[in-house]
Design a protein around this ligand. Structure first.
Ligand code: BG6
Ligand code: MG
Length: 213
């Protein structure tokens, strides 16, 4: 292991909750609802692909212009949460873990589907922790396509086989594997069944566990 690639939403910070709340408001305003279980399918995928899935759950069809309008509305609701974020929202153990990686000469990149990733890194004052940042403005294909992680590995200058991905999304674990990388799931083993290792958070993870992968 020479490099680690981190998802952002749900791994570094719990913005996954804010995405869920904003998408649910959109569904409610369109006259339906969806469950937390369904929400798992939205994790890691792009804004427009998320919208398409949600609309199909509610059996709602919209014109391309209406889709753009609703996606922009959702993003405004989401950004209202993001603007209130502080560095205190970084998930437990994340900063210590990244510092340990750095001290051991391991390179670190962000690999996020979010176009809001740079803003979030700024809000939580963590931009300086990453040697490279690949976000939703750099990619053309959403997870489970491996593009975001392959670009991250390339930016750090290592082959996929030297990289480990950290993900809270089923689609993200699949993306890592399709890119030829190991994947550590952050969350529940019942959800992240394909991960090479699952931990509830970074306080429960050691470097030795990573090297053992
Ligand atoms: C991913 C999230 O990180 O980014 C998804 O898991 C989200 O829930 C996607 O839809 C796109 O984010 P944004 O901020 O560009 O709308
Ligand atoms: Mg995520």
């Amino acid at each position: 292991m020479k490099a680690c690639l981190f998802d952002l939403d749900g791994v570094i910070v719990d913005t996954a909750v804010y995405h869920f709340k904003a998408w649910r408001r959109l569904a409610n305003e369109l006259g339906f609802d969806f469950t937390e279980h369904q929400n798992e399918q939205l994790k890691g995928i792009s804004r427009m692909e998320s919208l398409e899935r949600i609309l199909s759950w509610g059996d709602v069809s919209l014109s391309p212009e209406e889709k753009e309008t609703w996606a922009a509305r959702k993003n405004e609701w989401y950004l209202a949460y993001v603007r209130q974020m502080t560095p205190a929202e970084v998930l437990p153990g994340v900063k210590d873990f990244l510092t340990t990686l750095h001290k051991n000469g391991i390179k670190i990149a962000l690999g996020s589907a979010s176009k809001n990733a740079p803003l979030i890194l700024e809000r939580i004052e963590m931009a300086s922790y990453f040697d490279a940042v690949i976000d939703g403005t750099h990619t053309t294909r959403s997870k489970p396509d491996p593009e975001v992680f392959l670009l991250g590995a390339q930016a750090l200058g290592f082959p996929p086989s030297d990289c480990i991905v950290f993900e809270d999304a089923v689609a993200g674990i699949e993306a890592a594997h399709r890119g030829g990388m190991k994947a550590v799931g952050i969350g529940s083993p019942e959800v992240l069944t394909e991960a090479d290792l699952v931990v509830p958070g970074f306080t429960q993870l050691t470097l030795d566990q990573l090297f053992a992968l």
